[in-house]
Design a protein around this ligand. Structure first.
Ligand code: SF4
Length: 455
């Protein structure tokens, strides 16, 4: 069996499953956030009763992150709905925006967008926060009310996005009926060249198969090139499984995985026991492809979909209006370090917005230094409008006052993960997906630029 099949077999109490089998699986972690949490709570109460209790309060993780730093009152109220439910159910893992468990959240627009407006437990973007806070363990089953839940597959677990109805059912029962996906394997050989990042790898993969090329399939990454990638790189790659229609993305667990996971579990006191699954010799794949990482180049997914791939060096004729670095995919500490490497000591031409994924990333950027200067200061000096309010921000467009939102038709190069029309705001805008290196180089020149020109 493949990694996904082995995890689903164990979670459904079976010795063997195959693609197409429908199995009831037990949930290890259910994630929800401010956009889908209120709807999920509504489904749960409607179907299980106003006074029903969730199946296991320790296995639910609630992370407000999407529409947080906005004066939109309905968005603010969503966070309050989560808080009321968490208090009623006694759910321990709630990463609230404010510290007062009886308070209510209201973004204060008069304080501006740049200075932090959150309490001590706030965790930022859910998919980046989950591993940071010790909730991703190899071999487990993780469902989330968000399509990029697949990112957690970097930690060798089965992780996939579900709708509010399914999540409401899990609240009540802990179970979900899943059709076992067939697995596509991508076997990585070689090492990434200069100026090439994990984002280029996944944009290349999606370009190979198309933005629907992995529909309802598991995307499994193996080989020496995969083992050499660090956890941030693996997360970038699994994050975008859904951009090819994939049910989940997954890497095998190795020492890199265990070191990351065990350190975060220790730091946060979360559940420490887990049982990884190993790679079998007799795996059957519906697609098996070798990719030599050393042959990849800085890559861009052009408007209007993530599979519309071209090498950055061929797109110099495309002028840009904005650059954006942030999101679960491109707002990690390592992403900002790469960006800073390019822009250090230089001035940006483009209007450029930076949104760290989590408060931990904000702290890292203030503390980490390059040439005696903090990374935060390097970015600001180059001209990045950088906010401490870690969140999804303009990755998903959001209300009109969202930081970095594309409010008029424009061309934006972005380190985010999705570029369907209207994704970052205005429906006439065009979004070009690229690595933090490529976004940085393009922000310097005002047109799509191969970052190797600056390295
Ligand atoms: S950062 Fe973007 S892709 Fe990630 S969870 Fe938020 S809206 Fe979704």
């Amino acid at each position: 069996m493949t990694l996904t099949e082995k995890i689903l077999a164990r979670a459904s109490g079976k010795s063997h499953v195959q693609p197409g089998d429908n199995v009831w699986v037990q949930t290890d972690v259910l994630l929800t956030h401010d956009v889908c949490g209120p709807g999920t709570i509504g489904v749960f109460k409607r179907e299980f009763g106003e006074h029903a209790r969730v199946w296991d309060r320790e296995k639910i993780v609630v992370i407000p992150d999407h529409y947080i730093f906005t004066a939109d009152s309905l968005s603010n109220r969503n966070v309050d709905i989560l808080r009321d439910f968490v208090r009623e159910q006694g759910i321990p893992y709630f990463y609230d925006v404010i510290d007062d468990p009886n308070g209510s959240w209201k973004f204060d627009a008069s304080k501006g967008q740049l200075k932090r407006q959150y309490g001590s437990r706030y965790a930022g973007v859910c998919h980046t926060a989950l591993p940071e806070k010790g909730h991703t363990r190899p071999g487990e089953v993780l469902f989330g009310t968000d399509s990029h839940t697949c990112m957690a597959g970097a930690f060798a677990l089965f992780a996939t996005g579900i709708g509010n109805t399914d999540a409401g059912f899990i609240f009540g029962t802990g179970k979900l009926l899943i059709k076992v996906p067939a697995t596509m394997r991508f076997y990585f050989e070689g090492a990434l060249g200069r100026g090439v990042m994990a984002k280029d790898v996944i944009l290349h993969v999606i370009g190979e198969i198309g933005f629907d090329g992995a529909t309802y399939r598991a995307m499994q990454y193996e080989g020496p090139g995969a083992s050499a990638l660090n956890m941030d790189d693996r997360m970038t790659i699994t994050n975008m499984a859904i951009e090819a229609g994939g049910k989940n993305g997954i890497f095998p667990a190795d020492q890199t995985t265990f070191d990351y996971v065990d350190a975060r579990i220790r730091a946060n006191g979360t559940k420490s026991d887990y049982t990884p699954v190993d790679l079998d010799r007799d795996q059957k794949f519906i697609h098996d492809q070798v990719i030599d990482l050393s042959q990849l180049e800085p890559t861009v997914a052009m408007h209007p979909n993530p599979g519309n791939r071209a090498p950055a060096k061929t797109l110099g004729h495309i002028g840009l209006d904005r650059a954006y670095i942030g999101s679960c995919t491109g707002g990690k500490t390592s992403d900002f370090l790469a960006f800073a490497e390019i822009v250090r000591g230089r001035k940006l031409k483009l209007d450029t917005f930076g949104v760290p994924a989590t408060p931990q990333v904000v702290d890292d950027l203030h503390k980490l230094q390059m040439g005696g200067e903090s990374v935060w200061s390097i970015l600001e000096s180059a001209g990045v409008q950088l906010t401490e309010n870690a969140s999804c921000a303009a990755c998903l467009g959001g209300p009109g006052d969202t930081f970095g939102r594309l409010n008029t038709p424009m061309k934006c190069i972005s380190a985010t993960n999705r570029n369907f029309p209207g994704r970052m705001g205005n429906k006439q805008s065009e979004v070009f997906l690229a690595s933090p290196y490529t976004v940085a180089a393009s922000a310097l020149t005002g047109k799509i630029t191969d970052p190797r020109e600056f390295l």
